[in-house]
Design a protein around this ligand. Structure first.
Ligand code: ADP
Length: 184
C-alpha cells in the first residue's frame, strides 16, 4: 500500500513525476491543481469559485480544496493507495488531512519533498506557458510557496514522514531517484 504526498515549489516537476510513479504503482494520481483547472474549464460551481484565486497565484480557500480531497480519497480507486500532488499546501490543510486519514483508517503516508532552486523552477515555468504562468503570477506563486507551503517540510520532518528528492536533475534521473527513495 503506497500513500504519498508530493511537496515542492511550483515547477519542481511534481506533476510529471507523480504521474509516472502513480502509473508504475497502479494507484491514482490526485492533483488538486488539475482538478481545479478541469472544474474551471467546465465552469462548475467549484471552478467558478476557484478561478480568481488560481489566476492570481493565490491559494483557493481551504474549505474548497479540503472538500474535494475528502471526496476524492473516498472513491473506490483510492482504497489501494494514492499520490496526492498539490495538497496539502499549508499547515491548516495538513492538519485537516492528518485527521481525515486517521478517521478513515488511511495512515502510513509518506511525503516526498521534490526540491529545486528558484532559478530552475522559474525557467521551467516560463517555458511551460500555462495560463497562470505569467512572470508576475509565477513570482506570487513562489512567494505563497515560501510563506505557506515550505513550513510543511519541517512539519513532516518532525513527524518522520519526510523523504527528499533532488528535482534539479533530468526527468529520467529524478524518476530513478524517486523510485529508489520510495522503494518501489
Ligand atoms: P503548481 O505545481 O505549478 O503550483 P498546481 O497545479 O499544483 O500548480 O496548482 C495551481 C493552482 O491551483 C495554485 O496556484 C492554487 O491557486 C490552486 N491550488 C492547487 N492546490 C491547492 C491547495 N491545496 N490549496 C489551495 N489552492 C490550491
Amino acid at each position: 500500500m503506497t500513500r504519498l504526498i508530493f511537496l515542492g515549489p511550483p515547477g519542481a516537476g511534481k506533476g510529471t513525476q507523480a504521474q509516472i510513479l502513480a502509473e508504475h504503482l497502479h494507484i491514482p494520481h490526485i492533483s488538486t491543481g488539475e482538478i481545479l483547472r478541469q472544474a474551471m474549464k467546465e465552469q462548475t460551481p467549484l471552478g467558478i469559485k476557484a478561478q480568481s484565486y488560481v489566476d492570481g497565484g493565490e491559494l483557493v480557500p481551504d474549505q474548497l480544496v479540503q472538500d474535494l480531497v475528502a471526496e476524492r480519497l473516498n472513491q473506490q480507486d483510492a482504497k489501494s493507495g494514492w499520490i496526492l500532488d498539490g495538497f496539502p499546501r499549508k499547515v491548516t490543510q495538513a492538519a485537516f488531512l492528518e485527521e481525515l486519514l486517521q478517521k478513515t483508517g488511511q495512515g502510513g503516508e509518506r511525503v516526498v519533498n521534490l526540491d529545486a532552486p528558484d532559478a530552475v523552477v522559474i525557467a521551467r515555468l516560463l517555458d511551460r506557458g500555462r495560463k497562470d504562468d505569467s512572470e508576475e503570477v509565477i513570482r506570487r506563486r513562489l512567494e505563497v510557496y515560501r510563506n505557506e507551503t515550505a513550513p510543511l517540510i519541517d512539519y513532516y520532518r518532525d513527524r518522520q514522514k519526510l523523504l527528499t528528492v533532488n528535482g534539479d536533475q533530468s526527468q529520467a534521473e529524478v524518476t530513478v531517484e524517486l523510485q529508489t527513495v520510495v522503494g518501489s
